[in-house]
Write a protein that binds this ligand. Structure first.
Ligand code: 5GP
Length: 179
């Protein structure tokens, strides 16, 4: 597995440090409310775990699953695979995402959460690839802005593998070719 990683882009330590900063900022911004923090499965799991340790105000944790990519290319429409099983009416919602790429996933999920009656919907994303954006959407909180490379690790997969890497890395090109 490790032989397939060309380069470590963001170290485990850098992620931990950035999550401390993001947690402090979010705790400050949401101090007058109890946000519902919604992780998008499966990619957000390690980021959610690291981030929530650093949130020092009362909050609630939920998860949703949406279909995104197969391999390295977008499949177009986003499908809801696992919906929320609670009401978010009049709640301040914070979506936790692994990466904002084209922005299509977030656009749909934000739309859905507003249609369910959320008071506010904001986004915290571990990674942002602004060069790839096709819809006008930005995460309010971003861990790291990265170049247009396909990355894996810390929740991000290639064909369901590499999510368990403790850092974010770039895969060797030969790994895509056989897929
Ligand atoms: P968007 O809808 O913004 O194009 O795509 C978001 C989803 O695409 C992410 O949640 C992630 O699952 C997938 N994705 C986009 N870029 C990458 C990448 O560089 N690496 C991996 N592993 N997944 C990506």
């Amino acid at each position: 597995m490790l032989d397939n990683v060309k380069e470590i882009l963001i170290s485990e330590e850098a992620i931990a440090n950035r999550c401390r900063e993001l947690g402090a900022q979010i705790s400050q911004d949401y101090k007058d409310t109890v946000p519902v923090i919604i992780g998008l499965l499966k990619g957000s799991v390690p980021f959610m775990a690291e981030l929530m340790k650093n949130i020092t105000i009362d909050c609630e944790i939920e998860f949703m699953a949406v279909a995104s990519y197969s391999g390295t290319e977008s499949m177009g429409d986003v499908r809801i695979l696992k919906d929320l099983d609670r009401s978010i009416i009049d709640h301040d919602v914070l979506i936790v995402e692994d990466i904002v790429d084209t922005g299509k996933t977030l656009e749909k999920v934000k739309e859905l959460l507003y249609s369910k009656g959320a008071k506010t919907v904001k986004v915290v994303s571990l990674l942002d690839k602004p060069d790839r954006r096709t819809v006008e959407i930005e995460a309010e909180y971003v861990g790291f802005t990265i170049p247009n490379e396909f990355v894996v690790g810390f929740g991000l997969d290639f064909n369901q593998k590499y999510r368990n890497l403790p850092y974010v890395g770039i895969l060797k090109e030969e790994c895509y070719k056989g897929a």
